[in-house]
Write a protein that binds this ligand. Structure first.
Ligand SMILES: [Zn+2]
Length: 201
């Protein structure tokens, strides 16, 4: 997997929707500049491989959750032969929900604007998904800021300021992505109790 971090702006205060974010980063794909995550060769991931479809769940401008298929570009390394998906910075690897979506939901939760029941119902998520996101968010916030600074930084202020640049910084420092769970598959069940089926990233 190769992460794309072209847009370094704040997720929650930008007027860019998730489909727009995804499109902008897809249009700015610069194949020769990428380093192969497997063999480390730079500029060798030049052969386009078959793209695949995955779900992206995001909020419309009206705040409604919507699920849409997006096409993920893949490249093949001419040095080692491995294929790599190019994952936009607004997506969480191995999951369906966009970073912006999760941050929006957590913001509602931390501000207590609605009950947990109401939030889960309107967002179409289970309680365990919400609490799983909260747990991962707090853990990753602490990783990024350090324990002391994390304690001093309000959760909502952190969400408001969190940007593509922060997501890139997190990924480069810890080698996994912000809000990505272990194996990437946990914390995603619908409110109907169906087990989330992981999509390949
Ligand atoms: Zn390679």
């Amino acid at each position: 997997m190769i992460r794309l971090f072209t847009l370094l702006i704040k997720f929650c205060s930008s007027n860019i929707s998730d489909p727009e974010w995804f499109s902008i980063e897809s249009e700015k794909i610069c194949i020769p500049s990428y380093k192969c995550p497997t063999c480390g060769a730079v500029g060798s991931c030049v052969d386009y491989h078959h793209p695949y479809q995955r779900d992206m769940i995001y909020h419309t401008h009206d705040g409604e959750p919507i699920r849409e298929k997006v096409s993920i570009t893949r490249v093949k390394c001419t040095s080692c032969g491995h294929t790599h998906a190019l994952i936009s910075g607004n997506l969480i690897p191995y999951g369906s929900y966009s970073i912006h979506f999760v941050l929006d939901v957590l913001m509602k939760y931390f501000l207590r604007v609605s009950t947990v029941e109401q939030i889960c119902s309107s967002e179409g998520i289970s309680h365990s998904t919400l609490y799983g996101w909260k747990k991962t968010f707090l853990k990753h916030k602490e990783l990024l800021l350090g324990i002391m600074k994390s304690m001093e930084t309000e959760r909502t202020a952190f969400i408001n300021s969190f940007s593509g640049a922060d997501a890139e910084r997190f990924r480069s420092r810890f080698c996994f992505s912000f809000l990505q769970g272990k194996k990437g598959t946990l914390y995603e069940t619908t409110n109907t109790g169906n087990n989330y089926q992981p999509s390949s990233a």
